[in-house]
Write a new protein. Structure first.
Length: 253
């Protein structure tokens, strides 16, 4: 039976049981039986309940923080990719307030051999960058020119969410990727530019910044994507597609 096959009351009880079991793993110098069981559960929502619970314990009980960090670091070499993925998601919750303590986990996660932990890194960068941008974006910048094209692409994708409300925070980082020769990185870059341009007050900031970019082919691709996004997300866009097209023409005409 899956987590969401349970009633609301049963789910609440299950979450409390998971939290209590994880806490026992911290109090006792155990073999992390409960942590491993819940972190490796096939049900996504069980794993989510586990990483949310452990991150709450991290902030609720400062005396256990070092223990939690050591346990998380140790589990980053576990053979089960789900466990490594859940470790990264736990670190992502902690990193919303305390990124410095979990940064080494993300250094390792970017190099993980399985796509699920790496996807968890991208998702965590998004949620951390939205609420704790300064240290997260500083860290992200250090990987913008990594030799691995997938790491460059994942960093580009990860910083997107912060840019949807504050494009000025990530545009300087995106600019550093404008001459990247890898198609997957360029495509992600163009996608992200489109995603940060359609909300109220964002298009002007994006266009002003793009005017300073040297790679005109990429700028042209980005402008086309911006116009297209205003149609694809017309329900949420601050302008209609036609208004966006005319506004772009006034800036780049």
């Amino acid at each position: 039976m899956g987590f969401y096959d349970l009633s609301k009351n049963e789910r609440q009880q299950a979450v409390e049981a998971i939290k209590a079991a994880l806490c026992e793993d911290l109090v006792e110098d155990s073999s992390l039986t409960s942590t491993i069981t819940y972190f490796s559960d096939p049900d996504t929502y069980v794993r989510k309940a586990a990483y949310l619970s452990l991150s709450k314990l991290y902030f609720a009980f400062p005396k256990y923080r070092d223990t939690i960090l050591k346990r998380l670091d140790g589990l980053m070499v576990h053979a089960d990719f789900r466990i490594r993925q859940t470790v990264i998601n736990t670190a992502g919750e902690i990193g919303k307030k305390d990124f410095g303590s979990v940064m080494p986990i993300f250094d390792k996660g970017l190099l993980d051999g399985h796509h699920s932990p790496r996807n968890a890194v991208v998702g965590s960068i998004k949620k951390m960058g939205e609420v704790n941008p300064a240290p997260v974006l500083k860290w992200a910048r250090s990987y913008l020119h990594h030799q691995d094209k997938e790491i460059r692409r994942e960093i580009c994708h990860g910083i997107e969410l912060r840019g949807r409300k504050h494009p000025e925070d990530i545009l300087p980082l995106l600019k550093e990727l404008q001459h990247d020769k890898t198609a997957r990185v360029r495509n992600t870059l163009v996608h992200v530019i489109g995603q940060i341009a359609y909300k109220k007050g964002c298009l002007q900031k994006v266009l002003d910044h793009l005017r300073s970019w040297e790679n005109q082919d990429l700028v042209e691709a980005a402008l086309e994507e911006i116009i297209d996004v205003h149609e694809r997300y017309k329900t949420f866009a601050a302008m209609s597609q036609d208004e966006a097209r005319k506004f772009i023409a006034t800036v780049f005409g």
